[in-house]
Design a binder for this molecule. Sequence first.
Ligand SMILES: Nc1ncnc2c1ncn2[C@@H]1O[C@H](COP(=O)(O)OP(=O)(O)OP(=O)(O)O)[C@@H](O)[C@H]1O
Ligand SMILES: [Mg+2]
Length: 301
Amino acid sequence: MSAVVQPSTIGAHLLEVAGASKRFGGVQALQGVDLRVAEGQVYGLIGPNGAGKTTFFNVITGLVAPDAGRFRLAGHDYKPSAVHQVARAGIARTFQNIRLFASMTALENVMVGRHVRTRSGVWSAVLRTPGFKHEEAAIRDRAHALLAFVGLAERAHQQAQTLSYGDQRRLEIARALATEPRLLALDEPAAGMNATEKRQLRTLIETIRGQGRTVLIIEHDVKLVMGLCDRVSVLDQGRLIAAGTPAEVQRHPAVLTAYLGSAHEPFETHEQPQELQQGEDPYRGNWAVKPDAPHGAGDTA
Ligand SMILES: Nc1ncnc2c1ncn2[C@@H]1O[C@H](COP(=O)(O)OP(=O)(O)OP(=O)(O)O)[C@@H](O)[C@H]1O
Ligand SMILES: [Mg+2]
């Protein structure tokens, strides 16, 4: 792995979002959402199905244009209008509906992510100049290192579509890390994982945090949220209804009310691995990433 990210402003907020709003037709998916994530935190974003969590990720990473909102990363305003600009600003993400280049190898998927940080222009790539070849070799080395880091060293040359769900989710994390993000946003990274994989995931996220990166995570699993997150915000029907430590949020009356009748408990424990039928799409509600969309539309932000 690369050198530890040095926090430039210790204790300061890395991500500051104020008044994020987004409407889809008759659905107010986000309404004036404020969120501030301190550098070095693991920050949880939870809420019942359809609360707007994925929309929030889509908005901060440039996949969906917000109707309103102010967005700051490391003290600088950024416009979440283009996926590549967001990646360059220092945010990378994974997707609730896994987005990988299905027929490319694990290694190639990570190398694609790495290209965000390269300097060679199109012509040097076409002409395969020495500078380009040198950079390509460095990208490959780095991609191997990232695969090893997430526990996929043995799978480097396997096609992404042949990997288990758990491995695909780890591969998405490796691809996201390839952009050297300051903020890593994970949308339900434990979905489809068994208990052992979830424990490994927790260790992985703790290691990522230990390197100085900040993590924003959407997750339903109590053990992960309680064990990992420094702070948690709760969305319900597009509005922020509570924020605090996991323990504070867990007993917040508005949170308990919001989850009544929901498919999820506020802090649900998935001890059993989810059984996935072949061909079944286990991931719900992510409209921006339709299951029939091509795997990996080229964005790694
Ligand atoms: N591109 C879109 N077009 C239309 N409606 C959308 C779109 N994206 C999200 N929505 C709607 O916005 C609301 C919030 O959806 P979102 O996917 O953000 O919820 P979520 O909190 O991530 O839910 P889940 O836990 O099920 O993943 C839902 O009512 C959803 O149907
Ligand atoms: Mg979602």
